[in-house]
Write a protein that binds this ligand. Structure first.
Ligand code: NAD
Length: 348
């Protein structure tokens, strides 16, 4: 397995591999860039089919965190950790403690947070071995909702603020009466639905779990849509809040919307599809910019801050999006490419 020649290597500063024979832990930590500060990023546990697959994932994700942190105005670099194994069957408290030791061995160069396959309780176990974990305890709140360290309330609020700004820019409209299709009613999507409903938006919702759809129908007067039909509904906004890679050529051809603004990571199946959206007259809110509320929340939990400072920081997602849209218009290029350019200017 080649590391320095890897297609996703992209000048990573630090890649560390760890094996703990006693607990069976196998993990990788990647720090992409720390020009702006120590690297912050989630730790994911996943049943990777091979070491190669785990390496590819951690390199790709840690680079993404550098861009996300830079666009969120954080003095943090980008990093990520992956644990190889099925979180449902192979996760043990001992492995979490061993992971804490691994994180600690980097002396704060990498600060860990929660990602797929791990819970706040897992992070608490890691935190017994290292001070370099964040998102364990919520000291500050974006709203009155009690939170346990999961940053979804801040992510949802940031997506709501960014969606509102994008609609205003693309359609010169407030949210009242605007039709929004939400794909995925999980931690973020359901909260986004609540914010939008309060502002008078008309919701079209889907999920693979019917009970989530039923909840949105009863609480927010939403219209239920089958998961496979969500790209065809005649609405103004598409808000992807489930999985990545959904904006491929086929689905883009089906969309009738003017705006795409949602929480899912890596929405574009290929970077080049950003231009396809622009050519179709769809304004795309770059995913890692609009969904940065969570990382902003985790950052504020790790410093001495306040509810107000957290909220004001998340509100800045609007300014960043407007800067992107204005530059995209002047330069005649897609919003996702402009976002990458601005991030590189900030951390480069
Ligand atoms: P979640 O797992 O709580 O919710 C995802 C929802 O999507 C679930 O209800 C699931 O049933 C549904 N879903 C899955 N496949 C679907 C399909 N094919 N069609 C329709 N619905 C489907 O996750 P979340 O925390 O709400 O995050 C949503 C997205 O936002 C993810 O891509 C995540 O990576 C991204 N994100 C989340 C945060 C955060 O703070 N939680 C931060 C940044 C980015």
């Amino acid at each position: 397995m080649s590391v320095f020649e890897h297609s996703e290597f992209d000048g990573h500063e630090h890649v560390a591999f760890y094996q703990d024979k006693v607990t069976g832990l196998k993990a990788i930590i990647a720090v992409h860039n720390s020009n702006l500060g120590n690297a912050l990023g989630g730790c994911r546990m996943w049943p990777y089919a091979s070491d190669e697959e785990a390496l590819k994932d951690v390199l790709r994700l840690s680079k993404g965190m550098t861009y996300k942190a830079a666009m969120a105005g954080l003095k943090q670099g980008g990093g990520k950790a992956v644990i190889m194994g099925d979180p449902r069957t192979e996760k043990t408290p001992d492995k979490m403690l061993a992971m804490g030791k691994f994180i600690d061995s980097l002396s704060g160069k990498y600060i860990s947070a929660e990602d797929s396959g791990l819970t706040v309780d897992d992070l608490k176990l890691m935190g017994k071995q290292t001070a370099h974990v964040s998102g364990i305890q919520a000291k500050y709140h974006i709203n009155s909702e009690p939170a346990d360290g999961n940053p979804a309330p801040s992510t949802a609020y940031g997506v709501y603020v960014g969606l509102k700004t994008t609609v205003k820019h693309a359609m010169n409209s407030e949210l009242e009466g605007v039709k929004v299709a939400i794909q995925g009613l999980g931690h973020v999507g359901m909260r986004l639905a609540k914010h939008l409903h309060k502002q008078g938006a008309r919701l079209y919702v889907t999920d693979i779990h019917p009970e989530n759809i039923e909840k949105a129908v009863s609480e927010f007067s939403a219209i239920a849509v089958n998961p496979e039909d969500i790209y065809d509904v005649d609405v103004d906004v598409f808000a992807p809040c489930a999985m990545g890679g959904i904006l491929d050529a086929e689905n883009i051809a089906r969309l009738k919307v003017k705006v795409i603004a949602g929480a899912a990571n890596n929405q574009l199946a290929k970077e080049a599809f950003g231009q396809l959206l622009a050519d179709k007259g769809i304004l795309y809110a770059p995913d890692y910019v609009i969904n940065a509320g969570g990382i902003i929340d985790i950052f504020h939990q790790s410093i001495s801050s306040s509810d107000k400072a957290l909220r004001e920081h998340v509100n800045k997602i609007s300014d960043t999006l407007l800067e992107i849209y204005r530059r995209a218009e002047i330069q005649g290029i897609a919003a996702n490419i402009v976002a990458n350019q601005i991030a590189e200017e900030r951390f480069g």
